[in-house]
Design a protein around this ligand. Structure first.
Ligand SMILES: C[S@@+](CC[C@H](N)C(=O)[O-])C[C@H]1O[C@@H](n2cnc3c(N)ncnc32)[C@H](O)[C@@H]1O
Length: 274
């Protein structure tokens, strides 16, 4: 079980994400970015992979894009499906691992939005996912996902973190039951596996400020260097067509891609099936 597999995490996801991104938003403009991509590349159908609670899926569907959604977490799918129903949208949303999903049809655009790809914890799983997604695409189909350029100073800091006890406060929000909740996390980094792993702790308060509950949920992610993405693409039958620096960012010049990135670069990769 990982963070998003838990019912309580799925049901509070939209609420805590809103609080998280009101402080620091690495994903500003993401829905509009994917809508533009879908209008350009999605004529043969779109699949939102690791769709979570449907932030992209529902945004596109509401605007007339033909889109399916899939996510490893049944709980996230349930939340997305309930939101779709409340909006009067009839959508195909189903739980599946991106390393093996197939809906029996092909798509001209596959989207993995907002960090979904980083939840594949090994290179083997990344390869399995890319190869499977390629199978689900029409000829010349497009896959997009993003990576955060790893940054040694942050890695060094995280390597000092004990994931069992070095919690730091990440944010505060009001949960779906109306209780104030603080979220802490303790995340460490292993330079050999390039994995970030640790725990998120949700501390719940009553109106008088007393702690009335605590839930600890694990998280495992992998950092991927830009040079790896080029090799992964080549290995799995894709070519890198473009890279955007952030959802509102500039398109990278292809000849300049291998130069060092600025810290905090949220790289949005556009891969074409060869
Ligand atoms: C950070 S959330 C992003 C959700 C959504 N794309 C969004 O923008 O709100 C990452 C999602 O990836 C899903 N996920 C993790 N590993 C997966 C896998 N192997 N296959 C499919 N989904 C996966 C999680 O369940 C979670 O919902």
């Amino acid at each position: 079980m990982d963070l998003h597999d838990y019912k309580d995490v799925a049901e509070n996801y939209d609420l805590y994400l809103e609080a998280m991104y009101s402080q620091e938003n690495n994903h500003e403009g993401f829905q509009e970015f994917y809508l533009n991509l879908a209008r350009h590349y999605g004529k043969g159908g779109v699949v939102d992979i690791a769709c979570g609670t449907g932030a992209v899926l529902l945004y596109l569907a509401e605007r007339g894009i033909e889109v399916d959604g899939t996510d490893l977490s049944e709980e996230m799918c349930k939340v997305a499906a309930a939101k779709a129903e409340a909006m009067g949208l009839s959508l195909n949303i189903y739980p599946a691992d991106m390393t093996g999903f197939s809906s029996g049809r092909k798509y001209s655009l596959a989207i993995i939005a907002r960090s979904g790809f980083m939840h594949l914890p090994t290179q083997e799983l990344q390869i399995a996912a890319l190869r499977n997604i390629r199978e689900q695409l029409t000829d010349g189909g497009i896959l997009t996902f993003n990576t955060f350029d790893p940054w040694p100073a942050v890695q060094a800091q995280q390597m000092q973190t004990d994931p069992k006890k070095d919690y730091s406060l990440r944010l505060e929000y009001v949960n779906r039951d109306g209780n104030r909740e603080k979220i802490y996390n303790a995340i460490t980094y292993d330079p050999y596996s390039q994995q970030m792993y640790g725990y998120w702790k949700f501390e719940t308060y009553d109106d008088a400020g007393n702690v009335i509950g605590e839930r600890v949920r694990p998280l495992l992610m992998r950092e991927t260097y830009r040079s790896e993405v080029f090799l992964l693409a080549q290995l799995c039958g894709f070519e890198v067509q473009a890279i955007y620096r952030g959802y509102k960012g500039d398109r990278e010049v292809l000849s300049d891609i291998t130069t060092a990135a600025l810290y905090s670069s949220n790289l949005i990769w556009i891969l074409r099936k060869k």
